[in-house]
Design a protein around this ligand. Structure first.
Ligand SMILES: C[S@@+](CC[C@H](N)C(=O)[O-])C[C@H]1O[C@@H](n2cnc3c(N)ncnc32)[C@H](O)[C@@H]1O
Length: 299
């Protein structure tokens, strides 16, 4: 597979997937998204004051979330030992991302790590153990969970729920969250009610990632989850109300092998049977204009 780099607003590059009909990152900035929605939200700079950090990168792609995490941690504490597991189905993506044009924006040490991981799927340093597990994340994560791996931070970054529902189901969140340390955090860019309901059904507490840009008309930049909600930024009344609508019916994939079509059809059947309010009435109630819709908005 040949990947053609596309520039985002912050100057960093992303790819576009013909299979999923979607770009790999927000048009606003691939690299800034990795720092703001994943490294910051999982509090890596604070955690780096300790002597080790365990990371799980669900959907490694070009490796930006892993790269931003390692850069953030070592900027604070170069001796902090990083243990990283990354899940990715398509080995051609990380390989496509190690061209000089894409690598140049990262510090030299991070460039070498991205190259090694893409080419050999493993990388070892005194302060780093990293493995890239190639395969369907629904299966590879079960291996990690069986090993008893516990992450301090999970970056949850599949394509959007309508395009890739198989990675946003209750069942997948259950296996992924089995790898979340009691004090760990999981971050995702999605603010979808179906996704949030799936996380809650897996036993997680959730909070909203608020928009860092005050000019932004976005009502949330994503979701942060943990085993306890005590230290999480709460959901607004509007977001809680969103969970009660039909959009809040979670995706399900009982055997963790369903196709996107099967999972969407199952959710659709549930929505049709449901007595819940429609999501359009929720949108009217809270004065959300149609121009606030985005590809990541809907369930
Ligand atoms: C939105 S992109 C991730 C971007 C990435 N985090 C980065 O920083 O570049 C989604 C990624 O999920 C991968 N993917 C799709 N289905 C998958 C599956 N079932 N298991 C694991 N990875 C999958 C795609 O190949 C793609 O690289």
């Amino acid at each position: 597979m040949t990947w053609i780099p596309q520039k985002t607003v912050d100057g960093s590059f992303t790819f576009f997937s013909e299979e999923f009909g979607e770009a790999f990152h927000s048009h606003q900035g691939a690299k800034s998204e990795a720092f703001e929605k994943f490294a910051q939200v999982t509090q890596l700079a604070d955690r780096a004051l300790g002597d080790r950090i365990r990371l799980l990168d669900v959907c490694y792609g070009l490796g930006y979330n892993s790269a931003a995490a390692i850069e953030t941690i070592w900027r604070v504490n170069p001796d902090c030992k990083v243990e990283l597991y990354a899940l990715e189905i398509d080995a051609s993506v990380p390989i496509g991302a190690i061209t000089p044009e894409l690598l140049t924006s990262w510090p030299p040490e991070i460039q070498t790590i991205l190259r090694e991981l893409a080419l050999t799927q493993t990388c070892h340093r005194p302060n780093l153990t990293a493995e890239l597990l190639i395969g369907d994340g629904r299966q590879t994560v079960q291996t990690l969970s069986a090993w008893g791996f516990q992450a301090d931070a999970i970056f949850f970054d599949p394509f959007s729920p309508r395009k890739c529902p198989q990675l946003w189901t209750v069942e997948f969140f259950k296996v992924v969250s089995a790898c979340l340390d009691p004090n760990g955090r999981l971050a995702t860019y999605s603010r979808s009610a179906a996704v949030r309901s799936a996380m809650m059904a897996a036993g997680l507490a959730i909070g909203s990632i608020t928009a860092s840009d005050s000019r932004s008309n976005q009502w949330s930049n994503g979701t942060v989850a943990a085993w306890s909600g005590d230290l999480l930024p709460g959901l607004s009344e509007m977001e809680q109300d969103h969970l009660e609508t039909r959009a809040g019916i979670a995706y399900q994939d009982p055997g963790l092998v369903g196709t996107a079509q099967e999972i969407l059809a199952l959710q659709n059947q549930e929505q049709e049977r449901s007595q819940r309010r429609s999501t359009s009435s929720w949108r009217r109630k809270w004065g959300l204009e149609s121009n606030q819709k985005s590809p990541i908005y809907e369930s």
